[in-house]
Design a protein around this ligand. Sequence first.
Ligand code: SIN
Length: 288
Amino acid sequence: MATVLNDMKITPLSDALGAEVTGINAADLDEDTFARLRDAYHENIVLVVRDQHLTPAEQTAFARRFGEIQYHINKEYLMPGQPEVLILSTEIKDGKNVGVPDAGSDWHSDHSYVDQPTGYTLLHAIKVPKDGGDTEWTNMVAAYETLPDDMKTRLEGLVGIHSFNRLKNPRISVPVLHGHDEEYYKRSPPDSFHPLVRTHPHTGRKALYLSPRFTIGIKDLDEADAQALLDELFAHIRNRDLVYRHRWNVGDLLLWDNRTTIHLACLGVPEGQHRRMHRTTVLGEIPV
Ligand code: SIN
């Protein structure tokens, strides 16, 4: 059932998570509508805001309404003149990638490898391919709630170890793009430590907070036990009932709450077709 607020219409998208928002211009939102949108964001975890055509400056200004901008550690693809926007793109110009061509190719929550990870991510579709390029999100609140009680008890007080460094993660491979670039790995910040179950600062809901891309171990647990427990939890979150898959349209502005979801870029854009997205991230809080 859709909720209509002034011109804003919010309609649930799937059983897993997500809502579609129509009837707003994100570049020009009054305080009341913005507050309602933010509540819907926390509630639905992912918002698909349709028909937006924001300049990078407008996207940055909208992102700033949610908090402080978080800049990506890889400076190479920040937009010249608007470094709050990271360019994700399959386009090549003068033999060089225009943006990150393979961002998000393993399940993750943004910047969980730093002490104060991303709260909100905004991804704006500028160019979409006819085929491929979908994105998926998993509901980590439902993932937590559907764990058996004995597993919930076992997770109490456990802390995950998160790392940007792919070489430390046995579950993922090194993409060709960075395969031989040792400098890329030297940019990895020190590992960060976050509770495996975190509580949302606004809704009070508990969510699993771990991902195959960044969670490489569990603090103070024997390595074999830690990896076995992570395998069990990763198997649990593979349940497709928890997942929403998005097929992009030009003008879509996707907002996701990194405290309660992990996401995956499905890639698969055929040669000759192009996808370009503008991404802005907003600092969250230290997870508790
Ligand atoms: C990301 O992980 O931030 C990018 C997701 C996508 O491009 O689909």
